[in-house]
Design a binder for this molecule. Structure first.
Ligand code: SF4
Length: 349
């Protein structure tokens, strides 16, 4: 087994480790300050940490897990990063600038097992979960880039490669570090976990009080429609999923965001609009609709503007909050559902 990424450790775990090698626990705070405030990529620059402790850190931990292998910039300013992991796989991370907002779409797994028919990541299959340090490092890399321009990451969306709730342990730990005031100090409302609908894990998220906002990729308004494009629905049908969403709202007082992909003749029809209205009118929620990407799947075409307008008119007549999201980074395959890298495994741990 390879070395552990130091960023994967919680403060109490790192304190335990420093104590185990006869150093004071406050050293853990100093180290994490360098990692999460200083955004450093070397133990050598940690000036206030004793040299013998730095040597031990180097011996026991990785401080960097990802190597940038490619960077593409869209005409709309979106930047897609490809990173090679320490064991030779590839993941993608997307920076989406919009006025004062700098959102980062983060991967949580290498590939994905969920098999949504409109998503390129699904074609990769599942390879492995990302470690907490690998999840955090995607954000740290983008923060370093933005810092050069005097800017900072404002929002994190766990909606890159993978189903975040199938890697809940590591995603939860990443959220805690992001939220922690003395680390990355990001408010829970600025951290969004988006799930395809892994119902038991939504309850676990509620139980753990993970500091985050919940988004659900609804993409269907009845079981028949949803099961066709999202196999997860056959395991946890809509009634169970919506029950979990209600439990989240009850427990946290927060509304759920429903992501809704518009596909001609499937999810974007007047009948679907009426059903969506029924689902959303009775709950505390908002809907983010987005056009399907012209993908390799010929069964999924984007609807016409007339069809979209008709859909939106029906939903809005019911006073449901629905936003038509502008797709970003389509020219560099960085938009929702477009992330996928042909895996060229070059090494293994
Ligand atoms: S949409 Fe999300 S959950 Fe579905 S296959 Fe793609 S990455 Fe996985």
């Amino acid at each position: 087994m390879g070395m552990l990424d130091i960023k994967s450790l919680s403060t109490s775990e790192l304190k335990g480790w420093t104590e185990s090698i006869s150093h004071k626990p406050f050293r853990a705070d100093q180290i994490q300050n360098w990692l999460f405030k200083g955004l450093v990529d070397s133990f050598d620059v940690m000036e206030n940490v004793p040299v013998d402790l730095r040597d031990k850190l180097k011996y026991h931990f990785r401080i960097q897990s990802l190597e940038e292998s490619n960077r593409l910039e869209s005409t709309d300013g979106t930047i897609k990063f490809a990173f090679k992991t320490h064991d030779g796989h590839f993941i993608e991370t997307v920076l989406i600038p919009a006025r004062e907002r700098f959102s980062v779409c983060v991967s949580t797994q290498i590939g994905c097992a969920m098999g949504c028919t409109f998503c390129r990541t699904a074609t990769m299959g599942f390879i492995r979960n990302l470690e907490t340090g690998e999840i955090l490092e995607q954000i740290i890399r983008v923060k370093r880039l933005l810092a050069e321009q005097g800017a900072d990451v404002t929002n994190i969306i766990f909606m890159g490669m993978g189903e975040p709730l199938q890697n809940l342990d590591n995603v939860h730990r990443a959220c805690v570090t992001l939220h922690e005031r003395k680390h990355l100090n990001m408010g829970a409302k600025r951290l969004t976990i988006s799930t395809s609908g892994v119902v038991p894990k939504i309850f676990e998220l509620i139980e753990r009080e993970t500091p985050c906002h919940l988004a659900v990729s609804l993409n269907g308004t009845n079981d028949e429609m949803r099961s066709k494009i999202m196999p997860v629905n056959r395991r946890w049908p809509m009634a169970e999923l919506l029950g979990a969403c209600d439990a989240y709202t009850q427990k946290t007082g927060n509304e759920v965001t429903f992501e809704y992909v518009m596909i001609q003749g499937i999810t974007c029809t007047p009948q679907a609009a009426k059903e969506l209205l029924k689902i959303t009118q009775q709950r505390s929620c908002k809907v983010n609709a987005i056009l399907i990407n012209a993908s390799e799947n010929p069964a999924h075409l984007p609807p016409t503007q007339k069809e979209v307008d008709e859909f939106l008119d029906i939903v809005r007549a019911g006073e449901v909050k629905i936003t038509m999201r502008t797709p970003r980074g389509r020219d560099i395959l960085a938009a929702c559902g477009q992330l996928a890298i042909k895996q060229k495994k070059v090494a293994s741990c």
